[in-house]
Design a protein around this ligand. Structure first.
Ligand code: AMP
Ligand code: MG
Length: 419
């Protein structure tokens, strides 16, 4: 059988093809407490002004600023305290001349008051106090509507719900939140050499590390995962398993079997399910055989069996695809510049991704490869929080050079492709 000729496409082009598919998850609503990590499917508007009323940002006394005019150390102005309110209470009194209300942080200013004197700025004596400086109108007052007014768009469709967004939704009383569904993920590790974690090693066999790793990556990303049992390199049963996974999940991720070996059945499996292959060769190392296909409005990710390549494929293609299909406005990997801290002398015929550890300090970002870094490496993945990205057609990066780095632990995305 002749080996199929594959044409590598640049990494950027591959990511672009993935995130421009007309594949989206459905809109739904979830309870506020279940909304973390979802993408908003609608703009969220302020349902009232915040603050809702002029309020005190301090513990102190609410006064009429005009009564403080002309105060200075030799001419202290005296006020009489006519009421006392904590946060949540509203005074029924209206301030007259030289009157004040003792008021706590968060409480609504009483009628007539337009300034707050902090306790520290007063000398108290029974139910009176004096001050030694004049106050301007609205000094020490949180003004009604100063943060948002009714109808303001406070959260945008397409943004991820983070803890701050939860606070905003709670503020405005959104018990139900309009979001897109998170895709469900099927993971199928393929390879007749694979054993389960609990199995004894046998000659020629290795343990399946990709399955558990991809499951962890997906779960860390907030996705529901079904990890299928290890799939032997057998065409017919592989087709059946992939069909089953497609019928019950939004995304199917396989690892292994994407290359041109005699038992690499992924290309044939994709044919059998009528998949359109977006690409099957990417100008990158590791993972050049990474394949992404679309069938039945679903993504099929054929990640390489080599653990480092598998990890890289998930970061570069699966995460952006998931962001895209959930309607996120930002789905491109976050790329930062960092100073390389050791020489990397290997040539880079293709764009090279190196599992690495990035550190940040006041003097900037630095990065080092996180260990033995061939495509089959596992341990370096565990010690990485980033991937160094070296452009193709280069060689001889030295300590001190500035390199591009993708942060892999943060799950923060960009609206523009910067890699
Ligand atoms: P393949 O992509 O099937 O050609 O596999 C490439 C390399 O990755 C081979 O050395 C496989 O033994 C290894 N490999 C494949 N699948 C896994 C897996 N699930 N866990 C760990 N290593 C794997
Ligand atoms: Mg294989």
């Amino acid at each position: 059988m002749a080996v199929e000729k594959r044409n590598p496409i640049p990494v950027k082009e591959a990511i672009h093809r993935v995130v421009t598919q007309d594949i989206f998850t459905k809109h739904t609503t979830v309870n506020l407490e279940d909304s973390l990590g979802h993408i908003l499917s609608e703009d969220i508007v302020a349902t009232y002004d915040i603050p809702r009323f002029n309020k005190s940002p301090y513990d102190g006394f609410a006064i009429r600023s005009e009564d403080s005019a002309g105060a200075y150390s030799e001419n202290r102005k005296q006020f009489k305290v006519i009421d006392h309110i904590g946060a949540g209470s509203v005074s029924e009194k209206t301030l007259g001349q030289n009157e004040a209300v003792r008021i706590m942080t968060g409480a609504q200013l009483p009628e007539g008051a337009d300034a707050v004197v902090m306790f520290e700025q007063t000398v108290e004596d029974g139910d009176t106090f004096t001050i030694r400086k004049p106050f301007e109108a609205y000094e020490n007052v949180s003004l009604k509507g100063e943060e948002t007014t009714t109808g303001d768009v406070v959260l945008k469709k397409g943004q991820v719900i983070n803890p701050g967004a939860i606070a905003v939704l709670a503020t405005y009383g959104y018990t139900e939140v309009p979001v897109t569904q998170k895709p469900s993920v099927a993971i199928i590790a393929t390879g007749s050499e694979l054993l389960d974690v609990h199995e004894e090693l046998q000659p020629g066999k290795i343990r399946n590390s990709n399955g558990p790793m991809i499951q962890a990556l997906a779960e860390k990303f907030g996705l529901k995962v079904e990890n299928y049992k290890i799939q032997q390199d057998d065409l017919q049963s592989s087709i059946e398993v992939v069909k089953d996974a497609m019928a019950t999940h939004d995304i199917v991720i396989t690892t292994g079997g994407v290359s041109v070996g005699d038992f690499d059945y992924l290309p044939e499996i994709y044919k059998a399910v009528d998949a359109e292959v977006l690409f099957n060769k990417v100008g990158m190392r590791p993972g050049s055989v990474t394949t992404v296909a679309v069938a039945n409005g679903q993504y099929l990710f054929g990640l390489s069996g080599n653990p480092s390549a598998c990890f890289t494929g998930f970061e570069l293609f699966v995460k952006p695809a998931v962001q895209h299909m959930m309607g996120a406005t930002a789905y491109y990997p976050q790329v930062v510049k960092a100073t390389l801290m050791e020489d990397f002398s290997k040539a880079n015929p293709f764009t090279r991704f190196i599992r690495a550890h990035a550190s940040f300090s006041h003097s900037g970002a630095t990065v080092v490869p996180s260990g033995f870094n061939k495509s089959g490496a596992v341990v370096a993945i565990a010690h990485s929080n980033a991937m160094i990205m070296l452009p193709g057609g280069t060689r001889g990066f030295k300590a001190g050079h500035t390199v591009d780095v993708i942060l892999t632990e943060s799950n923060v995305f960009e609206e523009e492709m910067t890699l």
